[in-house]
Unconditional design. Structure first.
Length: 113
């Protein structure tokens, strides 16, 4: 069984930066992961795509984070990262890691004004 474990959330002031990490653990010896990504869900809102990256490194970003966030991955480590810069209060949400059909449990990001 494979689990996704996220880390790196927290409280940061507006304009600050955070880096989220997500790694697959468990039965990963023969694991192949195609698309990996980050989603977020703010209180009272639907879960939305933040950024995604293919196995070969093609990326896609939500318009709201373009130029501020950067997604990357390490295939041998089955890991994906999200570098978040120039954070805004509206970035406050629970951020979820996604890998194909698997989901992490989420990590909270709070941006204070």
């Amino acid at each position: 069984q494979v689990q996704l474990v996220e880390s790196g959330g927290g409280l940061v002031q507006q304009g600050g930066s955070l880096r989220l990490s997500c790694s697959a653990s468990g039965s990963i010896s023969s694991l192949y992961i195609g698309k990996m990504g980050w989603y977020r869900q703010a209180p009272g809102k639907q879960r939305e795509l933040v950024a995604e990256i293919s196995h070969v490194g093609s990326t896609n970003y939500a318009d709201s984070v373009k130029g501020r966030f950067s997604i990357s991955r390490d295939n041998p480590k089955h890991s994906v990262y999200l570098q978040m810069n120039t954070l805004k209060p509206e970035d406050t949400a629970v951020y979820y890691c996604n890998a194909d059909t698997m989901w992490g449990s989420g990590t909270q990001v709070i941006v204070s004004s």
